[in-house]
Design a protein around this ligand. Sequence first.
Ligand code: GLC
Length: 541
Amino acid sequence: MDNLRVNSQSSLSDVDDLSRLLDRRPRLNTERKRSFDERSFSEMGIMDSGINSPGGRSGWETPGSSARNSFEPHPMVAEAWDALRRSLVHFRGQPVGTIAAYDHASEEVLNYDQVFVRDFVPSALAFLMNGEPEIVKNFLLMTIQIQGREKRIDRFKLGEGAMPASFKVIHDPIKKTDTVIADFGESAIGRVAPVDSGFWWIILLRAYSKSTGDLSLAETPECQKGMRLILSLCLSEGFDTFPTLLCADGCSMVDRRMGVYGYPIEIQALFFMALRSAMSMLKHDTEGKEFMERISKRLHALSFHMRSYFWLDFQQLNDIYRYKTEEYSHTAVNKFNVIPDSIPEWVFDFMPLRGGYFIGNVSPARMDFRWFALGNCVAILASLATPEQSAAIMDLIEERWEELVGEMPVKICHPAIESHEWRIVTGCDPKNTRWSYHNGGSWPVLLWLLTAACIKTGRPQIARRAIDLAESRLLKDGWPEYYDGKSGRFIGKQARKFQTWSIAGYLVAKMMLEDPSHLGMISLEEDKQTKPVIKRSHSWT
Ligand code: GLC
């Protein structure tokens, strides 16, 4: 684990820069000898209480929300705040994140005692909405330092911009030191690369800046550099013929083999949102401007591609059903040579007359028609979906409530794969059997994304209905990580209890519904420049 310690001169100079910028207190020369991890966060200013707490609010009392919000909170809200605060992770006395699950009953801890970047997002939003931005600032600075390390898997060196999937703080009670160990996929089951981590980091930096009005964090050279490194990775030129981002399986929330390799919707939607978020935070200096130009071109192509080729509604399905194949040249209608026989039976019954969605994946001769909740909700929030498409996605959720929400919000994907297909696609994964875990399981964390999408599209009543369902069981069941079954009725086979993002997701959903102005930190308005340039016969044009 040598590589997890600071090992390059450049990292040390990064710390110096950060210290200079955020904390002008003098440092002792001897501190240079200490490990990067052992350095106090106060050096980097992340302990500063002087950052903008909105309205001067601060505090860690539980539940912080009740005093600040005028509504009478559901009794579950206080329980959720208690549980969320129990999951806090500290580095040198300062909160820097929340562990994935606080489940002492479970025999195997695996890596659920770590701070996952993606899992921390709903926790961060809950703290921001509650006027407690310090932990979010600490987390953003902690992870940007981890990004600065040299990362290796066996003998292979990872790209500079890669962000960790998770990190862990190890307290040594004898030496009285705290050390951070990060995982970029080199320890993760299946050695999966967290492509989504960098995108969530950028999205969270924007949420922090929006919510606090404190733009100084995003403007630091460290954050600007961190953003540029992430962008360099995902904007690099290669052999691609599409503007979407090519990924390996297991690169996001679905972090096991599930046939989401290629151009998964979750990554494309997060990619789009991160690009737009970065655009609003990059400085207009020479380097920043260069990236803004690249982003702008990519956004233009990406939105066109997604809105045209990933979009499926009744009309589009009918068009694909009637596709001719083996077309050559620019005039081809069936550009990816999708063979109509490959359309699965279920999708004909599933597709309502009213409604539509972005399908799971599009690449040569392959359309993965599965519905994925996260990608579609993020597409709405980032305005990757046009207003018409956003409305259609909500229509679909209403029309197919039984399948997509059922008894526990929200189904991660629909439908499940089974039998021979499950064997081939998952490699016989016993955790991902049909209607379990990533394979059609129901994940309470997705409630916050559904709620945000509902508010953005002006349909809060749908979110209320989903929250009611969650309230009838979540606390009683001990905040499970996921539920199993066609309608999500059973606590998941191997689900953790007290899963932090289930808890935080519920709190964020509640707070957003009570005060929809919170939506601004996680939503982007439509950018007129990225409107599609072609006209199609479908409802969304
Ligand atoms: C599981 C999930 C992943 C999550 C992790 C920690 O591996 O698939 O998305 O980040 O657990 O909760």
